[in-house]
Ligand binder design. Structure first.
Ligand code: ZN
Length: 100
């Protein structure tokens, strides 16, 4: 049980709004984060994913650079670069969530 910051009455822990006055309990809980996106795993898992995504981003950036120098299409490298960034932020958020 937690106390509502607005009215001071006790509210259910996992409710988004205070059941007495409707005050949002926490900003993070108001945003409907899909919890399934970030499984509960050890911190090492996220660190490994972050390292891998940074490695992929570096490879993709190198690929873009080399292909652009030769005047070739670097479309696939751009895709993998974007993907690695998405994975990086996903893992970064995941590691922050499991710290809580
Ligand atoms: Zn309240």
């Amino acid at each position: 049980m937690v106390k509502c910051k607005n009215c001071g009455r006790k509210a259910v822990n996992d409710s988004l709004l205070c059941c007495h006055c409707g005050y949002p309990m926490t900003i993070a809980k108001v945003i409907p984060w899909p919890r399934q996106l970030w499984p509960v795993v050890p911190q090492q898992f996220w660190k490994a994913i972050i390292v891998l995504s940074l490695l992929l981003a570096t490879l993709a950036a190198t690929g873009i650079f080399v292909y652009a120098q030769r005047g070739l299409s670097c479309l696939y490298f751009s895709y993998s670069f974007a993907l690695s960034l998405v994975v990086f932020f996903w893992a970064d958020l995941g590691s922050r969530k499991s710290l809580r």
